[in-house]
Design a protein around this ligand. Sequence first.
Ligand code: PHB
Length: 390
Amino acid sequence: MKKFVLAAVAAVVMSTAAYADTIKVGVVGPFSGPFALQGKNFKAGIDAYMALHGDKVGENTVEVIYRDLPAADPAQSKALAQELVVKEKVQYLAGFYFTPDAMAVTPILKQANTPLVIMNAATSAIVTKSPLVVRTSFTTWQTSTPIAKVAHDAGVSKVISVVSDYGPGVDAENAFKAAFEKEGGQVVEAIRMPLSTNDFSPIMQRIKDSGAQGVFAFLPSGPTTLGFVKAYNENGLKAAGIKFFAPGDLTQESDLPALGEAALGIQTTFHYAVSHDSPENKAFVEAASKAIGNKAELSFPAVGAYDGMNVIYKMIEATGGKQDAAKAVEAVKGLSWISPRGPVSIDPESRHITQNIYLREVTKADDGTYYNKEVQTFEKQGDPGLAAAK
Ligand code: PHB
């Protein structure tokens, strides 16, 4: 009897302790539907972080709660975030693949006393919508600016720009144009496609007809980018010598097996390549491959999520596990660390990540697989888009 009572008391103590010390992180992303692989990469990055660093920060246990948002849907995004805050009592919101979904959540952060750690959404202006936003991914301004110099150095002076018609696409168009004109180049035509576009043949015809020597393109990574690069080949643009310039969203590693020769030689600029040669990336790729179950499915949202967890762990440490969003965000301003992508820091003014941007070329490895090979580094790039975002 005594033994039984003791066991019961111990169980009660343990469960209250576990409740009091559990810090919940609510992660919203596309875990089903056409973009499910991108969400799967969020989870792989988070799992890898927790496998390598444990699920404890001091006395506190970190618990991640996932909510599925298959496509860009701001109303649903806000509803999921509210549910996570009110019902699940999460202390942190994180994830968010598409810009409109991240934007929709910024108005609730202050009242919810919750930081938002963006693991992907890449429109510059998001960080200006609330002082409680921190971003560990990239912006399309950041990734599209250096490719303009690459285009110019390749002897190209006339480019046609083709982007998805929403935040990160418009930012990419503006970033490329500003940087390319600075180099003396000219954007002869700028096409904005609806996000839902999946037949790219008419666009390819317009690119051919434009007389441009090269095309600059941005679409959000997923079936969209795979279809676009395929169409570039199948419609004979590559064969016609029209050069392809883009940020790395267009050649994400998980698309390369399906693209094969179609992607070979394509140069892109981006913050992360799975092939990045460093001890930090080796450990990350090993843990994230194990989490995702197939290394060939690994892509950039995993590193945004991994570093996002690093920021959240620092926030939990700084607040001792107490819910204080302003203090949490303050604690990571200026934070610097070695990410699997290379050295990074959180810019104290913008709360966006400063990082290297790499020029990469799709290359065939000895074993016949394709990868993004880093060939040049643009060091310590901040976000050039913030001036434009104000
Ligand atoms: C975005 O919606 O901000 C976004 C999504 C996918 C990308 C880049 C940006 O590859």
